[in-house]
Design a protein around this ligand. Structure first.
Ligand code: G3P
Ligand code: CA
Length: 395
């Protein structure tokens, strides 16, 4: 197993508050290659943050099963997460939203017509409505208008059947899981396969849910606490595209926090006037390091495409983030041509697989600490091949 870059290790040893014995054990584990990617705790002023160091899985760089193994099963179902674990993912990734009775469930959006069969259910026809979420008008069915019991009667379906026809085989078979069920699955499957399986949880639309009295942060931490996972050394990351709820979480938990950095010209929904471009600069990353432990950038922020759509050359994002103690976990890696740079596509069918291994290799070579993938088996094979080679850059 490859070790994290030495510079990151130095940061961890220098800045993270922990009992001396624990610190010594961590250093030994890192030296022996037993620990995984560290969560560096350096604040921009060099002040130590009271936050966890290692992420407690036995691999580096980490592979996060994005919405489970969503390249092969309808996303955010227990079967998708279970498959991701079987394929070797180190973490599984639930996005969470709330039901009307305050239960967190795994969905990418609170509007669920794209990933469930709700629109086929006459009993819920009158729940269709139009709402403005993060400034955008949306018509559909929303989790916050369903109790958990009602939501549990729905069945998941493939989000992109035009690209992932084989996954439609499973349409109508799996219910929407609660966060608690996902966390329990990670623990039980982890025991079964003999590996620690982490949970990398994203809060979706936290300001919106606050505005309707269904705050996400408290039930999130309560669920983790019940599972014994709201503690400094738990294999958990908490992530958000917004900034305010990460700052709030920074006061509520010692778990490592990840600021997502969307692609394009947009910015956090809760911070009008600030763009992800600004947050991705060295100064922006320094600010993020005051409340978070890592960044989850759109992968094009790490290696942009050229004007022709081919894979370009790495930006300074990884080095700038590492310089202030932030981990870098880009998203989202997928095998299909349509998601790959033009020079890595094979043939012209958008749903055919392209040269995904070449893309992974370029990103691992750029020094990332982990990544989100819809195809965890490909990602793990690419990571292991990279680790078996000698290409990781010196810090
Ligand atoms: O959380 C990392 C990545 O999942 C962010 O994008 O839209 O797939 O949640 P999204
Ligand atoms: Ca996500």
């Amino acid at each position: 197993m490859r070790r994290p870059p030495e510079g990151v290790l130095v940061l961890v040893r220098r800045t993270v508050r922990m009992p001396l014995a624990a610190a010594a054990l961590t250093s030994l584990a890192l030296a022996a290659g037993l620990a995984s990617s560290p969560v560096a705790g350096a604040a921009p002023d060099g002040r130590a943050k009271d936050r966890a160091a290692p992420t407690r899985v036995d691999a580096y760089p980490i592979v996060v099963g994005h919405r489970g193994a969503s390249g092969y099963r309808p996303e955010h179902t227990l079967e998708s997460y279970r498959l991701a674990i079987a394929m070797g993912a180190d973490y599984i990734e639930p996005d969470v939203v709330s039901t009307s009775d305050g239960v967190l469930v795994a969905r990418h959006e609170n509007e669920i017509s794209g990933t469930t069969d709700v629109f086929t259910r006459p009993e819920f026809a009158d729940r269709q409505t139009t709402k403005t979420i993060d400034g955008k008008a949306l018509t559909g069915w929303f989790t916050e208008d369903f109790t958990l019991a009602e939501l549990k009667t729905l069945r998941a379906k493939e989000r992109i059947p035009e690209l992932r026809q084989e996954n439609t085989l499973y349409d109508g078979r799996f219910p929407v899981p609660t966060l608690q069920e996902v966390v329990e699955l990670a623990k039980t499957e982890g025991k079964r396969v003999g590996r620690t399986i982490g949970v990398y949880i994203e809060t979706k639309h936290p300001t919106y849910f606050d505005s309707i009295g269904l705050s996400l942060e408290e039930p999130l931490l309560a669920t983790l606490k019940r599972a014994g996972l709201d503690r400094q050394t738990a294999p958990v990351f908490l992530q958000s595209f917004e900034t305010g709820n990460l700052r709030e979480l920074d006061t509520l938990t010692k778990l490592p926090l990840v600021q997502l950095l969307g692609g394009g010209s947009g910015g956090p929904a809760d911070r009008t006037g600030t763009t992800y471009n600004e947050l991705s600069t060295a100064a922006g990353l320094r600010e993020i390091a005051s409340y978070a432990d890592g960044v989850g950038p759109d992968k094009n922020r790490v290696i942009p495409r050229t004007a022709a759509g081919t894979l370009g050359t790495p930006t300074s994002l990884v080095a700038d983030a590492h310089a202030v103690g932030l981990l870098v976990h880009p998203y989202t890696f997928r095998n299909e041509n349509v998601f790959l740079p033009t020079d890595l596509r094979v043939g012209t069918a958008p749903d055919d697989y392209g040269k995904a291994f070449a893309e992974y290799e370029a990103f691992f070579r750029a020094g990332i600490d982990g990544l989100f993938s819809d195809n965890p088996d490909t990602a793990v094979a690419a990571r292991d091949a990279f680790n078996a080679s000698a290409q990781r850059p010196a810090a």
